[in-house]
Design a protein around this ligand. Structure first.
Ligand SMILES: [Zn+2]
Length: 168
């Protein structure tokens, strides 16, 4: 086995509850109102791709219709921690394509370093260059971050259940 390369995220982030591997930036959190079989789940605009591995893509029927998804696993301990929406067959669910679900039970909220809790989008983007965030979207990361900020201006992230989703 070769050396496992894992990136460390700075500032507020979510880590794997089993091994502490850094999975996603808090600034990429879009919604806390999703559900999975394991309970509450969070929707992220992106995750730390270098720290996860993908399972095979498969069709899955959810309460919001048929989706093609790829499970995502923590690269360090290989626990399944969520999935990526690859294709949503319902038009109103298309916004989820390319986005990531992480199950709340598998996460620990952490704050690394002295970064302020809410950073300007541009500054956050430039300081994230070391994370090897491979381009996987059509939008540049800075644009996507602005879009994410526009969709989720509530930095307090109220814990509501207005947009439930569950696997069947
Ligand atoms: Zn892990």
């Amino acid at each position: 086995m070769g050396r496992l390369f894992l990136a460390k995220l700075e500032g507020r982030c979510y880590t794997c509850i089993y091994c502490g591997n850094h999975l996603a930036n808090s600034s990429d959190l879009l919604s806390r109102t999703f559900h999975s079989r394991a309970g509450k789940a969070y929707l992220f605009d992106s995750v730390a791709l270098v720290n996860i591995v993908f399972g095979d893509q498969e069709e899955r029927m959810m309460t919001t219709g048929l989706h093609e998804v790829s499970d995502i696993h923590c690269k360090k301990c290989m626990q399944m921690c969520g999935w990526r929406y690859d294709v949503a067959h319902e038009d109103k669910e298309k916004y989820k394509e390319g986005k990531f679900i992480l199950e709340r039970k598998k996460l620990v909220a952490a704050n690394n370093g002295a970064a302020p809790p809410v950073r300007p989008a541009v500054a956050a983007d430039s300081s994230d260059d070391s994370l090897a965030r491979y381009p996987h979207r059509l939008l540049p990361a800075s644009v996507a971050r602005f879009a994410a900020a526009a969709r989720a201006p509530h930095h307090g992230y109220p814990d509501t259940d207005s947009d439930p989703e569950a696997c069947v």
